[in-house]
Ligand binder design. Structure first.
Ligand SMILES: Nc1ncnc2c1ncn2[C@@H]1O[C@H](COP(=O)(O)OP(=O)(O)OP(=O)(O)O)[C@@H](O)[C@H]1O
Ligand SMILES: [Mg+2]
Length: 258
């Protein structure tokens, strides 16, 4: 195995990054893939969804960025966790991740830390999913540098399109220094086909992004809120609901990329 690393990022908040990470993770796992989800958000929403509560977590993604390289093999063993009945492995986040920007201020090559650390576990998984925080910064840069594919969830809402320029500016800056340009695909989320505004945004996105958009569209579905409240994947609640089917199609599209 040589895991494909998928970063799920958009500096805009509340667009469906975490939902995409945990549901796509579950969809891939249900297709017999070995999946690891790494929570890079200090707010730890993906971790809490997987029932790893920051107050109780001993080791977190923070340690990965701060521990010396020689302890990485032992550290990974402590970091990777899975609660009973869960479909994939998780590395939980902690609020300390928010201090990383300051803690690593002087560190050389800090944008490459995650990519190097992932080399140690790539052979154990088919897919490694990185849930990013809703800000531009070191964590998002590390995820983009480490990934084979950047998935950009975009809420099908006019306001959601405004923030996108910032992300594409970051991509342009990174592409100047990276050995090869970042491969990305946009994913339309929270699509309500009854709303004219949603339909117009989806149409606009399709025209602007062309092949750089997934054909799968994630519909608006209240089941996602039920799933996160219960700490379950939407598949355990209702595998045939619109949201579950959307991510199943996405999983197939992701698999077909390689
Ligand atoms: N397709 C959907 N249909 C309905 N609700 C959704 C959908 N996707 C996500 N949500 C809900 O919208 C809210 C925000 O989603 P989510 O946490 O995935 O976004 P995020 O981009 O990770 O947010 P943040 O930037 O704060 O990390 C959550 O309450 C989630 O349950
Ligand atoms: Mg999130």
């Amino acid at each position: 195995m040589n895991a494909k690393v998928l970063a799920i990022a958009n500096q805009k908040g509340g667009v469906g990054k975490t939902t995409t990470t945990v549901t796509l993770g579950a969809a891939l796992a249900r297709r017999n893939k070995k999946v690891l989800v790494i929570d890079l958000d200090p707010h730890a929403c993906a971790s809490v969804h997987m029932r790893f509560f920051p107050d109780l977590v001993k080791r977190s993604t923070y340690d990965l960025f701060t521990a010396p390289k020689k302890v990485w093999p032992v550290l990974w063993e402590q970091l990777i966790v899975r609660n009973e009945g869960q479909e994939f492995d998780t590395v939980p986040a902690s609020i300390r991740l928010s201090e990383l920007e300051v803690d690593l201020k002087e560190k050389q090559g800090k944008g490459n830390l995650l990519k190097s650390a992932l080399e140690e576990v790539r052979d154990k998984y088919d897919y490694i999913l990185l849930d990013c925080p809703p800000q531009l910064g070191m964590l998002q840069v590390n995820a983009i540098v480490a990934c084979d594919l950047l998935i950009i969830p975009i809420q099908t809402d006019f306001l959601a399109l405004h923030g996108l320029k910032l992300l594409f500016d970051t991509l342009r800056t990174l592409n100047k220094v990276l050995p090869k340009p970042v491969t990305y695909r946009a994913l339309a989320t929270m699509y309500d086909k009854r709303a004219g505004a949603c339909r117009r945004v989806l149409d606009l996105l399709g025209r602007k992004m062309g092949d750089l958009m997934f054909s799968s569209v994630i519909g608006l579905d209240t089941r996602f809120k039920d799933a996160s409240a219960l700490g379950k994947s939407v598949y355990e609640i209702d595998a045939s609901c619109r949201g579950a089917r959307g991510y199943e199609l996405l999983a197939k599209e992701v698999e077909a990329l390689w």
